[in-house]
Design a protein around this ligand. Structure first.
Ligand SMILES: Nc1nc2c(ncn2[C@@H]2O[C@H](COP(=O)(O)OP(=O)(O)OP(=O)(O)O)[C@@H](O)[C@H]2O)c(=O)[nH]1
Ligand SMILES: [Mg+2]
Length: 1069
């Protein structure tokens, strides 16, 4: 196979209709990178022999060592089919759930995706996730069922069994697509319904709910995978073969004289060949005949495997090779590993690259076919509607749809991630543009060298004992893994090149041009996600460009596109310009872009919708350098890491710790390696993972710890005891009434607040947590809050004072102060400045109350973790104003020498009072910790199921469901597991089950830990059951103390108790 030259690729980039941007998506280990290898080998970039072994796109060392992909990487390939030349921009993505953010960055830049499914494992959790992601981004998928060889060699299926298995697998994949489609149609219909309801009042008689509408009208047949549609390929990437129905239909139409269209329709399905009548008939199953697919396709493949791998029947193999008209090199035929011969035969007979690339070129859309729905979705950030964008911005939609590559079209580029490259890998440090003469000279030199080497080798073989000396001078053979082909003209590394900033890491933006032509050195606007084109329209002169000197506009900057690169896996090639529809790398943007951004020459371009990240970063570790003096290096390194990873977060905590937040254990390990070896280049030490908790209150429990019903009196007694303790612990001036209301007065006695804490209804908490954009959730909240019965919730929604912590968290401050008619949080949405005027002098101090609440919600009394699902109800708020004070008085009270001087400004005191009141009100309720929970999907075989359960229960996991996977002996277990117990979980499961089960952990929700961390046994049964101290089984207490210890808070623990009574174990009893 010839190596495609850079010039050819540049020429192909111009022909937009023949470009295909696609990514390979799948569950972990289903064979994406192996498939990519086969495709890369078809372009001569690596040798066919190494395809599948090299994993060319896994260019990082740790990717090679662990055998999993961690970063998505792109490569441009050339493919000719049907008389057309195509440019395939291929992106390989990771399958491990920790790196799902890398999948998001890849999917955004593509128009299509190859979904790879392991024929044995079938649809796995991540398969569903990537199908959903492809769906959400509106990109078209095609399917590749990989590892068919495992059905033959491992599972030893007959062709008929394999056919049934594949049919089922296809059904499973289509079921996922079907459910996505159904939910979308129903959603759209609900939207339409609410619109029509809003505009026209229907009479009651017409409001019959029509379940069928929507689903039946919409044609969804094109969405599904079906071999006869040509969007499914069956393959074994490792053995180098793959086919679509088309290929076999063509093959047999010549042989059997049946039209290939007929064969295409009948090869997959319940059809059989009536040999006598020479006809294809329906009803293979009912008549007990062999389906066509088995007879014509699978039987052939099975017999080939049998001859080559299982029986090693040389004669039969030779016959088969001859009948297929193939040529097999003698060394392949002689090789001791039969897989080598198999690969040599299969990759000629049914090369997987041909099947896949033909499918991609015919079935996936070009950048010109972008759907208008997708454009609108890309252009609308958040809940914004396309119609609400300025008119001129809406006009840009045509630029997306036309995808013109001339200078009249505005340039629109989306950067989905920044990735770091060694400065050594940059083309400019690797090579200089070489003139023809230099090239000729080098060619001559290379030829001479080659001749010398040949001579030396010959000499070596003639006189073996002299060989060692000559090898020293000759460069080691086989160093070039590209299968012997020379790199494209003039890319030989120039070692003497000036490498000035070698130590620096360069960032390259992973991007795609959606419109116009990007040129090197061009100026463009960088638009952040919060940029508003309407503002630019207002602030900027018409027709301005990024070259002009412009007034500042929020979230907008101008940058120069310093260098453009063609992404070729681990290599980069410098480009002068890139026309629309292509994936590219842009250098020199690290100053302007942190993780992702939109670039445009038009200031009216809206920022692209942010990427959908499936994984939530949850695992935190504090990091410090081994040598404290290296702190600045660490800080810089962490900044770089933050930029280079789409999902990792870096922050400095209030305690001064540098904290790294990652999606999971594997991701954490990769980030630490990156920091050590690449970004900080220093020794670092990481703390144990910091597990986040939340604090909450609950309704008083109905049963005690031994599950006995708590009598009414008893209950009160317990609650009173807690309250008394709380009151005793509190500072002076805190009054607690039996119903849990806390009253507190500021030090100067000018203000008194009474606060009560209540658990929020669960739905409300979940809702608040799920949506930062509260406006959208208002309606639902209204409903769910109303459901929580009781006097105190009446009209609660209207009385909401604030959310917290940080003004958007899942806790609520409620205004129940009589006579203080403060506008609710919703009102400020309606009209600006409508409140304030009518509520008198209290309004001046309103923000102090809110601040006090924010502080209280940020760090709870249990272990200074944020609160969750707590509603604080302010029931009394009295202020005494010695004289009618105005705002100016208040601001200048120092000058006046007012009586509150010795205690500081009243607003500050009020903040402290409210905060304290909230804390005490919280403590007056049964307090609980909330733990972060993972959902855990485990696939395991029957025999190790018991061990999996063992590990799960040891780690406080809870099994939700267990299903048997059809057609296999695998079980799928769904469980939830506290994050706190999850470290080392995957490893332990793997070890205990000898690698037969592998879990996948994704953060799902917060859950109240039912045990009370402050509980002490009170009844006799409890003493009997838990012992006097009851500290052994109290998981909540353990968690709480661990957090307190980490934060340097006081931990009430006796290390040695009854020291004199200690006994040695031997004398026990
Ligand atoms: N039997 C068999 N094994 C295969 C096939 N394709 C890939 N493999 C093996 O499956 C394993 C995983 O392959 P990869 O290509 O690294 O899988 P991946 O999907 O890229 O994995 P991640 O990138 O980590 O998600 C490797 O050991 C491959 O050798 C196949 O067709 N048949
Ligand atoms: Mg991979």
């Amino acid at each position: 196979m010839v190596h495609t030259s850079l010039d050819k690729i540049i020429a192909l980039q111009q022909n937009t209709s023949n470009i295909r941007n696609l990514c390979i998506l799948a569950h972990v280990d289903h064979g994406k990178t192996t498939l990519a290898d086969c495709l890369v080998a078809s372009n001569g970039i690596i040798s066919h022999r190494l395809a599948g072994k090299l994993r060319y796109l896994d260019s990082r060392e740790d990717e090679q060592i662990r055998g999993i992909t961690m970063k998505s990487s792109a490569i441009s390939l050339h493919y000719a089919t049907g008389g057309n030349d195509y440019l395939i921009n291929l992106i390989d993505s990771p399958g491990h759930v920790d790196f799902s953010s890398e999948v998001s960055t890849a999917v955004r830049l593509c128009d299509g995706a190859i979904i790879v499914v392991d024929a044995v494992e079938g649809v796995c959790p991540q398969t569903q996730a990537v199908l959903r992601q492809a769906w959400l981004e509106n990109i078209r998928p095609v399917l590749l069922i990989n590892k068919i060889d495992r059905l033959i060699v491992e599972l030893k299926f007959t062709p008929q069994e394999a056919y049934t298995h594949l049919q089922k697998l296809l059904e499973q994949v289509n079921a996922v697509t079907g459910s996505l489609f159904t939910s979308k149609v129903l959603e759209e219909r609900a939207e339409k319904d609410s619109e029509t309801q809003g505009t026209s009042e229907r009479s009651g008689g017409e409001q019959v709910y029509d379940w069928s509408s929507g689903l039946e009208e919409t044609d969804d047949s094109h969405l599904y995978f079906s071999p006869d549609q040509g969007n499914v390929v069956f393959a074994s990437a490792i053995d180098g073969w793959g086919f679509s129905m088309q290929q076999f239909a063509q093959m047999y139409s010549q042989k059997m004289g049946i039209r290939s269209e007929v064969l295409l329709k009948t090869l997959w399905g319940d059809f059989y060949l009536n040999a006598k009548a020479k006809k294809i008939m329906k009803g293979a199953q009912s008549k007990g005949k062999k389906p066509l697919f088995v007879q014509l396709v699978l039987d052939n493949i099975w017999s080939l495997y049998e001859a080559v791998v299982i029986r090693r029947d040389k004669e039969k193999v030779e016959k088969m090779v001859a009948s297929l008209g193939l040529k097999v090199a003698a060394r392949d035929a002689r090789h001791s590993d039969p897989k080598v011969l198999l690969n040599a035969i299969c990759s000629q007979w049914l090369p997987v690259s041909n099947a896949v690339l033909t499918m991609v070129c015919t079935k996936l859309p070009s950048p010109l076919d972008m759907e208008s729905e997708r454009v609108e979705r890309l252009m609308c950030v958040g809940a914004r509607r396309f119609e609400s964008l300025p008119e001129k911005t809406q006009e840009l939609k045509t630029a997306f749809l036309e995808c013109k590559n001339d200078d009249t079209a505005p340039v629109i580029v989306f950067v989905s991630k920044m990735f770091a490259v060694d400065s050594k890998a940059l083309p400019r440090n690797k090579q200089r543009p070489l003139t023809q003469e230099v090239l000729a000279e080098r060619r001559e030199a290379a030829r001479r060298k080659h001749a010398e080497r040949m001579a030396a080798n010959q000499g070596a073989s003639q006189a073996a004992n002299q060989g060692a000396g000559s090898r020293e001078t000759a460069p080691p053979a086989g160093e070039n893994c590209a299968g012997g082909e020379a790199p494209p003209g003039g890319t030989e590394a120039l070692k003497a090149g000036p490498v000035t900033d070698e130590s620096r890491d360069h960032f390259v933006a992973f991007a795609r041009v959606y419109s116009g032509v990007v040129r090197r050195g061009q100026r463009a606007f960088v638009l952040g996600p919060k940029f508003d084109p309407a503002l630019a329209l207002k602030l900027l002169p018409e027709g301005c460009s990024a070259v002009d000197d412009l007034p500042p506009v929020p979230h907008m900057a101008c940058c120069t596109l310093e260098s453009l690169y063609l992404l070729m896996g681990r290599e980069l090639e410098e480009l002068e310009e890139v026309p629309s529809g292509n994936v590219l790398g842009i250098g020199g943007l690290e100053e302007w872009i942190l993780k992702s951004a939109t670039l445009s020459t038009s200031p009216l371009c809206p920022p692209f919708t942010p990427l959908n990240f499936e994984a939530t970063p949850i695992v935190r570790v504090a990091i410090e350098p081994k040598h404290p003096s290296e702190m600045p290096k660490l800080v810089r390194g962490m900044k770089l890491l933050n930029q280079a990873d789409p999902c990792a977060e870096v922050l400095i905590q209030e305690t001064g710790e540098h904290v790294l937040v990652t999606a999971g254990e594997v991701h954490l390990q990769r980030c630490l390696d990156d920091l050590r070896e690449r970004f900080a280049k220093i020794e670092i030490s990481a703390s144990k993972p910091i597990i986040p908790f939340r604090e909450t209150v609950i309704r008083p429990p109905k049963v005690d710890m031994v599950n006995e019903d708590l009598g009414r009196q008893h209950k009160f007694a317990v609650i009173h005891q807690v309250r008394e303790e709380a009151a005793a612990a509190g500072p002076e001036g805190v009054q607690l009434d039996p119903s849990g209301q806390v009253t507190l007065t500021t030090s100067n006695k000018m203000a008194t607040v009474a606060v009560r804490a209540m658990p929020l209804p669960e739905e409300a908490t979940r809702l608040l947590e799920a949506s930062g954009e509260l406006i959208r959730t208002m309606e639902h909240f209204n409903l769910s809050a109303k459901e929580g019965k009781g006097r105190r919730w009446r009209g609660a929604v209207e009385r909401i004072w604030a959310f917290g912590p940080r003004r958007f968290g899942p806790n609520v401050l409620l205004n129940s102060v009589e006579g203080y008619g403060r506008p609710s949080v919703w009102q400020c949405l309606e009209e600006e400045g409508s409140g304030g005027g009518g509520v008198g002098a209290y309004w001046d101090f309103d923000s102090s109350v809110v601040s006090g609440f924010q502080l209280a919600a940020l760090a709870g009394p249990m272990c200074a973790e944020p609160l969750m699902g707590v509603c604080f109800c302010v029931e009394r708020w009295d202020m005494t104003f010695p004289a009618r004070r105005t705002e100016e008085d208040y601001a200048s009270h120092h000058a006046l020498g007012s009586p509150e001087d010795c205690f500081g400004p009243i607003s500050g005191q009020l903040i402290a009072a409210v905060k304290e009141a909230c804390r005490h009100a919280f403590q007056a309720r049964p307090q609980r910790l909330m733990a972060a929970m993972y959902t855990c999907d485990i696939m395991a075989t029957g025999e190790v199921l018991g061990r999996v359960y063992g590990v799960l229960s040891k780690r406080e996991g809870r099994v939700l469901a267990e299903e048997m996977k059809e057609g296999t002996d695998m079980f799928i277990i769904k469980a939830v597991l506290p994050v706190a117990e999850s470290f080392g979980f995957a490893d332990e499961i793997r070890k205990r089950t000898s690698g037969l089960a592998s879990p996948q952990l994704v953060f799902s929700h917060w859950e109240v830990i039912s045990s009370d961390p402050f509980w002490v046994p009170t009844t006799e049964e409890e003493y009997l059951h838990f012992g006097e101290k009851a500290d052994s089984a109290n998981q909540a207490l353990k968690y709480m103390n661990a957090v307190r210890r980490r934060k340097g808070l006081y931990v009430e623990e006796k290390i040695v108790e009854h020291a004199e009574k200690q006994r040695t174990l031997g004398k026990n009893k």
